[in-house]
Design a protein around this ligand. Structure first.
Ligand code: UGA
Length: 434
């Protein structure tokens, strides 16, 4: 079977490389020639642990190829995955331009029957539109079956998630197409759930919305904990032990970011609004998250009064560890607010600095070393819980800062450990230490 993948972003590249690793012959295509050239030479345009060696191995074995020519990719493909981006429109809806362009090109290039699976996150009904577009331009007599196969991989854990996901959703009205897709994924021994197309599309949005809801819920509980003198870490542990609640996504902090939750929650609010069902719960989830992303600077102002002229180290810039992605990261809100308050900012991230430079330019300083970033800062704000930030020895802070103040947006340290050191420490949903 020849498999083609449209789009070489996180989802497309991981899908392509992992399918090749399974032994399939894969051709990946992208409209960006620069990305294709990088990939042909064995370099990954995205930072993802483990992707580079797997990419090189499968290139050498001849199981994966990259081409900017869609004809080569789609012409004789038995199975095609659409994994292009669906960025946010200014009104919060999903922008489907890339998806529809890919469908159009597939229709023009296909020369045989094929199954077209959409991995991109798309509103309910999009796969029907994809099918219409392909059929409107395709060669006579060719049968194309659309399937919705939403993706659940996390950035930074993409390869693990591909091989060890909790479920694979195959949404289609065609039993024949479902069988083709099922055969591809059966060796992974991951539970396969077959649904109709619209339900599969909905599963993706509902999953991300539910996870985002858990995060905003725990952040609300954290805010109440601060007022009533409870500890959010203990509360989250206590409620997470109930199997019906489960401990995952109950980590209080400075909110969720990334290319998925912020975009997908807003898109689902729009989808609900379009069918005259205002999704009030999800609207609140988004509101709470916006508040949470601004909370570190609010706490800093409450503590210090003015931030004017203060030197602030922002530790971690990526939206979460193990990625170089800053999209919708709390760091964007925090740095902007600090600069607006007249603070001078020094940013540190082990991987995301190059991307951060493109965004912040010369408005902030960057340090390529955690220790140097903290040195002589008057305030340190922990934004991303990279392992070495989380495990940075507390006793070093007083040697690097005159009167150390840490605002820990990810609750990296235990309060008992902090109390052993002369540090002012403010975290999320726990007692402040002065
Ligand atoms: C998320 C989902 O977890 C994936 O299943 C999904 O496939 C993906 O979106 C997508 O739609 O493509 P991702 O955005 O890579 O994956 O990141 P997560 O690990 O889910 O974290 C998202 C944000 O939530 C991060 O900012 C993280 O710091 C925050 N978070 C997560 C919390 O604040 N608390 C938690 O307990 C968990």
């Amino acid at each position: 079977m020849k498999i083609a993948v449209a789009g070489t972003g996180y989802v497309g590249l991981i899908t392509g490389v992992c399918l090749a690793e399974m032994g399939h012959v894969v051709v990946c295509t992208d409209i960006r020639e620069d990305k294709i050239q990088m990939l042909q030479s064995g370099c990954s345009p995205v930072y993802e642990p483990g992707i580079a060696p797997m990419l090189k191995k499968n290139l050498q074995a001849g199981r994966i190829r990259f081409t900017a020519d869609p004809e080569i990719a789609y012409n004789d493909a038995d199975l095609i995955f659409i994994a292009v981006g669906t960025p946010e429109n200014p009104d919060g809806t999903a922008n489907l331009d890339h998806v529809y362009e890919a469908a159009y090109t597939i229709g023009l290039c296909l020369n045989q029957d094929s199954v077209v699976c959409t991995k991109s996150t798309v509103p309910v009904g999009t796969n029907e539109r994809i099918s219409e577009i392909i059929h409107s331009v395709q060669h006579d007599g060719i049968k194309v079956h659309p399937v919705s196969t939403p993706e659940f991989l996390r950035e930074g854990n993409g390869i693990y998630d591909f091989f060890h996901g909790d479920r694979i959703i195959i949404g289609t009205e065609s039993a024949e197409a479902a069988r083709v897709v099922e055969q591809v994924f059966l060796p992974l021994k991951i539970p396969i759930i077959k649904t109709d197309t619209r339900s599969a599309e909905m599963i993706k949005y509902a999953s991300n919305a539910f996870l985002a809801t858990k995060i905003s819920f725990i952040n609300e509980i954290a805010a109440i904990c601060e007022k009533v003198g409870a500890n959010i870490e203990e509360v989250a542990y206590g409620i997470g032990k109930d199997e019906r609640i489960n401990p995952q996504f109950l980590k209080a902090g400075i909110g969720y970011g990334g290319s998925c939750f912020p975009k997908d929650t807003k898109a689902l609010v729009q989808i609900a609004g379009n069918v005259q069902h205002p999704f009030e719960l999800l609207e609140s989830v988004i509101k709470v998250n916006n508040r949470q992303q601004a909370i570190a600077v609010k706490k800093a102002k409450e503590l210090l009064g003015s931030l004017l002229g203060k030197r602030v180290a922002v530790l971690g810039l990526a939206f979460k560890p193990d990625t170089d992605d800053l999209r919708e990261s709390a760091s964007l809100i925090i740095v902007k607010a600090l600069l607006a308050e007249g603070a001078s900012v020094i940013g540190y991230d082990p991987i995301a600095t190059e991307n951060a430079k493109k965004i912040f330019g010369q408005t902030i300083e960057f340090s390529d070393n955690l220790q140097t970033a903290i040195l002589q800062a008057e305030l340190a704000i922990i934004v991303t819980e990279w392992d070495h930030i989380k495990h940075f020895p507390l006793e070093k802070y007083p040697t690097l800062m005159k009167n150390p103040i840490i605002i820990d947006g990810r609750n990296c340290y235990s309060l008992a450990d902090v109390r052993k050191h002369p540090i002012t420490y403010i975290s999320i949903g726990r007692a402040s230490i002065h």
